[in-house]
Design a protein around this ligand. Sequence first.
Ligand SMILES: NC(=O)c1ccc[n+]([C@@H]2O[C@H](COP(=O)([O-])OP(=O)(O)OC[C@H]3O[C@@H](n4cnc5c(N)ncnc54)[C@H](OP(=O)(O)O)[C@@H]3O)[C@@H](O)[C@H]2O)c1
Length: 297
Amino acid sequence: MPKTPVTVVGLGSMGSALADALLAAGHPTTVWNRTASKAEPLISRGAILAATAGDAVRASPLIITCLTTYEDTRAALEAASLTGRALVTLNSGSPAEARRMAEWAKERGARYLDGAIKNVPSAVGAPDTLLYYGGDKAVFDEHLETLRVLGGDTVHLGEETDLAALYETAVGGTLLPALVGFFQGAAALRSRGLAAETLLPYATKWFEMIISVLPVFTKEIDSGDYSEPASSVDIFHAGAAADLGLAEEGVDVAWQQPMHDLVRRAVEAGYGDRSISVLTELLSVGAAGSSTTAKRP
Ligand SMILES: NC(=O)c1ccc[n+]([C@@H]2O[C@H](COP(=O)([O-])OP(=O)(O)OC[C@H]3O[C@@H](n4cnc5c(N)ncnc54)[C@H](OP(=O)(O)O)[C@@H]3O)[C@@H](O)[C@H]2O)c1
């Protein structure tokens, strides 16, 4: 069975890995990048370099883009005729930007699927690499076999085009605080002449513990019942002093202040004896899905 021809627009680290996986799976692959020289390694592996983004779009029924932002994607495709093409974007961005992109694609007659890849370029093509999509299910079904080439764990979240961006930003919010917390730990150990590597076994167990309690928290959040805490707001409030105590070991702890402020606000709102997951109520500031069902004392 002949493989679907695919065009990949955007050959940065991620776009190049996507094009590489498609070539390896035997898809006729046309590529375009603003800086054409980045296509050279792919051309040597069989990719066809299009002279313009418009030519690239004309070459295949399925167009996969991986530029820095949605805005960059629109800029690159501005002069291309997208009518009838299946357009799949795989850049990061906010749900609102995804909705704008969907409108733009619709106006140009494209069939649009918005995707997100939550892994690094070297993981592209692996059986457990997760990519999720929101938008036109018919496009997803039609090209599922091709999309699975990019990662075996390929999921359609729903017809709403902003769902991939919504889940991506929802999951992604943990990354920077978790990493900065880890780097702060490494700085604390360094202040005592200890290698960051010695933190690894304990940090790993810590992250495993966090994963293990997430289902408890989601149950509390979804039911709005925070009244039987395994870890209360008061406990976290008391712990803030110990966190800040790392300053005495020569560590800059200023980044923690907004999180401690959030915990203090929860205490002031009367949530001290509730589960720490009640912070979700403070973080919900009136969006469509926000809940006001927290059982206050
Ligand atoms: N790398 C990762 O680990 C990773 C993981 C998950 C998701 N992502 C997401 O994937 C997307 C791409 O990431 P990347 O790592 O591949 O970035 P990158 O290496 O910096 O590449 C960016 C790409 O966007 C192109 N570009 C940017 N602005 C443009 C414009 N105005 N017109 C035309 N082309 C433009 C660049 O073209 P030039 O080559 O001409 O500059 C390049 O092809 C981002 O949204 C990123 O968040 C990346």
